[in-house]
Design a protein around this ligand. Structure first.
Ligand code: PMP
Length: 431
C-alpha cells in the first residue's frame, strides 16, 4: 500500500500546524507511523489521498451513524446552502430541531445549541454552578469531556493517549474545584460528597465511557449516582456526546432507564457538521441567558447549515426504529466473530461492547475503570492497529477510544473485518 501523498502532506503540515494536525490523536503518535490524509468518504468506506480505500470503524469519532455522505444529509445541506451560510439570528429550523430533541430525549425539556461537545460540557458545568451556587464538581478518571480547562484533569481520549492527562496551562485554582473518582466506584463518590458537603454543584460522566476505550457502567452504578444527587441537591449530568442517539433513540439514559438533570450532546446532532448542545430540566435551563443570569452565547450557534444536517439526521433516526436493531445486529455479529477468533487463537483479550460501540483491549483482565484500562498492552495495540490498516480497516489510532459502527456496514464488510482481525492478531503474535 502506498501512502506517498499522505507522507508529503504530513511533512508539509508539520511546518504550518502544531504536530501537523488539528486534533492530537489524528497524528497516529500512539500507534507509530504517520497519519493518512483523507480525501473523501462514502457509506462504510473512507479513501485517502493515494486512493486507498478503508472500511470505517471510527466514523468521525461517532457521528456518522448512517455511514458517510448519506444522501439524506447531503441533500439537506445542499438545499440549505442555497439560502446562505450564517445569519446570527433565529431560524425556524432551530425551533424544529429543539422540539425534536426534546421528543427523542424526554429528560431534555429545553435545549441550547452550541458548536462542539467541548462547548456543551463547559456550558453545562457553568450552568450547574450558577443554578446551585456551588463551585466544585466530580468527574471520573479516564472520562473525557472536551478540552475545557476544568475537565483536563485525569482525562481520557487524546490526553490519555498522549500521556499528559493533566494539561499544563490549567491553573491550580481551576483544578482544585474538579474532584476525581474512579469509574464504577460509588463508595469513592459518596466519600467525596461527604467530605465536600454542600459544595458540589454537579457530577458529570459518560454513562457509557468511550474515551478510555469502551467501558460500561456496572449494574446499579448510574442509579446509585442518581439517588446520591437527589439526596444532596447535586446536578447529574450525562455527557452523551458519544452515546446520544447511538445506543438508543434517547441515548444511554433510555437504555439504562436512568434520568439525568442535564445532558450534553455533540457531533451526532449535526450529522457530521460542527454542533453540540446541552439541555435538561426546564427549571435549570431557564437559568441560561437571556432567560436567566448564566451567560453563554455563540455567533455560529444554531448555524442554518448545521441545523439542516442535524434535522435530516435526527428525523431519520426518530422515524426509523430499524436503525437501532441494525446497529445492534451489526455490533453483535462483529464482536461475536472477534470472540470466536480469540477463542480459536487461545487469546483471552477483553472485549467491552454495547450496541454499536466496542473496544478490544490487549489485556486479559476485566476493564471497568481507567486503571484497569491501563493494563492494556499499548505497544501490541499499535502493532495490531498497523496490521489492520494494511488490510484496509481504519481503527481509532489509540487503545483508549471506543470504536463506532454504522448502518452502512454490509455483512460482507463485517466478514472482511473479522478476517482482518484474526489475521492481524496472528501477525502481531508471530512478529
Ligand atoms: N464529551 C465526550 C464524551 C466526547 O467524547 C467528546 C469528544 N470526543 C467531547 C465531549 C468533546 O467534543 P468535541 O470534540 O466536539 O469538542
Amino acid at each position: 500500500m502506498h501512502i506517498n501523498k499522505s507522507k508529503d502532506l504530513f511533512a508539509k503540515a508539520q511546518h504550518f500546524i502544531p504536530g501537523g494536525v488539528n486534533s492530537p490523536v489524528r497524528a497516529f503518535r500512539a500507534v507509530g507511523g504517520e497519519p493518512i490524509f483523507i480525501k473523501k468518504a462514502d457509506g462504510a468506506f473512507i479513501y485517502d489521498e493515494d486512493d486507498n480505500a478503508y472500511i470505517e470503524l471510527i466514523n468521525s469519532w461517532g457521528p456518522m451513524i448512517l455511514g458517510h455522505n448519506h444522501p439524506l444529509i447531503r441533500e439537506a445541506v445542499i438545499k440549505a446552502m442555497e439560502h446562505g451560510t450564517s445569519f446570527g439570528a433565529p431560524t425556524s429550523r432551530e425551533v424544529e430541531i429543539a422540539e425534536l430533541i426534546t421528543h427523542m430525549v424526554p429528560s431534555i425539556e429545553k435545549v441550547r445549541m452550541v458548536n462542539s461537545g467541548t462547548e456543551a460540557t463547559m456550558s453545562a458545568i457553568r450552568l450547574a454552578r450558577g443554578y446551585t451556587g456551588r463551585d466544585k464538581f466530580i468527574k471520573f478518571e479516564g472520562h473525557y469531556h472536551g478540552h475545557g480547562d476544568s475537565f483536563l484533569i485525569a482525562a481520557g481520549s487524546g490526553v490519555a493517549t498522549m500521556g499528559y492527562p493533566d494539561s499544563p496551562g490549567v491553573t491550580k485554582g481551576t483544578a482544585k474545584d474538579t474532584l476525581l473518582a474512579p469509574h464504577n466506584n460509588i463508595e469513592a463518590v459518596k466519600e467525596l460528597v461527604e467530605n465536600n458537603k454542600g459544595e458540589i454543584a454537579a457530577i458529570i460522566l459518560e454513562p457509557v465511557a468511550g474515551n478510555m476505550g469502551c467501558v460500561l457502567p456496572r449494574e446499579g452504578f448510574l442509579k446509585a449516582l442518581r439517588e446520591l444527587c437527589d439526596q444532596e441537591g447535586i446536578v447529574l449530568i450525562f455527557d452523551e456526546v458519544m452515546s446520544g442517539f447511538r445506543l438508543a433513540k434517547g441515548g444511554a439514559q433510555e437504555h439504562f432507564g436512568v434520568t439525568p438533570d442535564l445532558t450534553t450532546l455533540g457531533k451526532i446532532i449535526g450529522g457530521g457538521m460542527p454542533v453540540g448542545a446541552y439541555g435538561g430540566k426546564k427549571e435549570i435551563m431557564d437559568f441560561v441567558s437571556p432567560a436567566g443570569p448564566v451567560y453563554q452565547a455563540g455567533t455560529l450557534s444554531g448555524n442554518p447549515i448545521a441545523m439542516a444536517a442535524g434535522l435530516a439526521m435526527l428525523t431519520h433516526l426518530n422515524e426509523t426504529p430499524s436503525v437501532y436493531s441494525d446497529l445492534n445486529r451489526i455490533g453483535n455479529k462483529l464482536v461475536g466473530g472477534f470472540q470466536q477468533s480469540l477463542k480459536k487463537l487461545g487469546l483471552n483479550y477483553t472485549i467491552n461492547h454495547l450496541g454499536s460501540m466496542y473496544t478490544l483491549f490487549f489485556t486479559y483482565n476485566e476493564v471497568y475503570d481507567f486503571d484497569s484500562a491501563k493494563n492494556s498492552d499499548t505497544v501490541l495495540f499499535g502493532k495490531y492497529f498497523q496490521a489492520m490498516l494494511q488490510k484496509g480497516i481504519y481503527l481509532a489510532p489509540s487503545q483508549y477510544e471506543s470504536l463506532f459502527l454504522s448502518t452502512a456496514l454490509s455483512d460482507k464488510d463485517i466478514e472482511k473485518i473479522i478476517e482482518a482481525n484474526e489475521a492481524s492478531l496472528i501477525e502481531v503474535f508471530t512478529d
